[in-house]
Design a protein around this ligand. Structure first.
Ligand code: G
Ligand code: G
Ligand code: MN
Ligand code: NA
Length: 254
């Protein structure tokens, strides 16, 4: 597979970069952070979606290395935000289940935070519900260590996985991200309304935050906001942006 050879060299050739999609706090009427999204600009293929290449890099054993590249670049950028005077901004980073293998993720994250002098509570790790299915006890230990450090934990793509509610109790996430599948057309689809309402009620009951992903239209935002959703993300507010455009957006948006 030639993607494989190219991926092995992507870091060294500086073909990987991050984009930052604003996260909106509706009540505070401000940008409260960003999700870091990995991008690969291949010299001849052009932009390759992480949906395509992340599975490949997991298959060839590069999930850890590139995952640490992403964490370092994201934490460094969050440090830049602090230097620019942004306050209370959180950087959300996607972590794949493979990165939880072994015991060293917490210490690697701790060193990364120290390197860039970032407080742990400015970092949020996004994981899907399915991470905990392989070795639940191991996951729980890793999560507890991260939580003890002050790192925030978000469950991504909520509602699409297969571990159901048990992960909310055992892994004690700080935030639920409602999958775009349920957000699209939530203003008109009765089934999506029932699902979003129950996820929002679940978050409120657990005393944790809830974010709607993939908000593309004002009517979706208005419906979700009226029904108690705290945070929002999607093209309606902004596409993922490069670092400079994100900073300009966060400065001007409120
Ligand atoms: O940003 P986009 O919609 O192209 O992302 C497609 C998929 O790639 C999404 O499922 C997203 O979670 C995943 N993804 C984006 N960036 C990262 C990353 O840094 N690490 C991992 N593991 N997945 C990522
Ligand atoms: O799996 P995860 O939730 O991490 O993936 C997020 C992906 O969703 C990102 O790759 C991002 O590019 C994409 N995305 C973000 N906002 C929107 C949106 O409003 N509409 C659509 N179609 N995709 C979005
Ligand atoms: Mn995500
Ligand atoms: Na998602």
């Amino acid at each position: 597979y030639d993607l494989e050879q190219d991926l092995r060299q992507a870091i060294a050739r500086r073909e990987l970069l991050l984009e930052f999609q604003p996260l909106i706090d509706a009540q505070a009427r401000r940008v409260c952070g960003a999700e870091a999204l990995l991008r690969w600009h291949h010299p001849t293929r052009g932009a390759v979606s992480p949906a395509r290449f992340v599975p490949v890099l997991e298959a060839i054993g590069l999930a850890g290395e590139i995952g640490m590249w992403v964490l370092n670049a994201a934490v460094r950028e969050a440090g830049e935000w602090q230097d620019r005077g942004f306050v209370d901004m959180r950087m959300a980073v996607n972590v794949s289940g493979l990165q939880l293998d072994g015991d060293d993720l917490p210490i690697l994250i701790e060193r990364t935070l120290e390197r860039h002098e970032l407080g742990a509570n400015c970092l949020e790790i996004e994981l899907t519900e399915s991470v905990a299915t392989s070795d639940a006890a191991h996951c729980r230990r890793i999560f507890e260590q991260l939580r003890a450090m002050g790192v925030k934990l978000a469950v991504d793509d909520f509602g699409t996985g297969y571990s159901g509610f048990s992960s909310l109790r055992t892994l004690r996430f700080d935030k639920i991200k409602i999958d775009r599948e349920f957000v699209t057309a939530v203003d008109t689809r009765v089934d999506s309304q029932a699902i979003c309402q129950s996820i929002i009620a679940l978050a409120h009951g657990l005393g944790i935050r809830v974010l709607a992903e993939g908000v593309e239209r004002h009517a979706e935002y208005a419906w979700l906001r009226a029904h108690g959703c705290h945070h929002f993300q999607g093209y309606y507010f902004s596409r993922p942006l490069d670092a400079d455009r994100f900073a300009a957006f966060a400065r001007d948006a409120p």
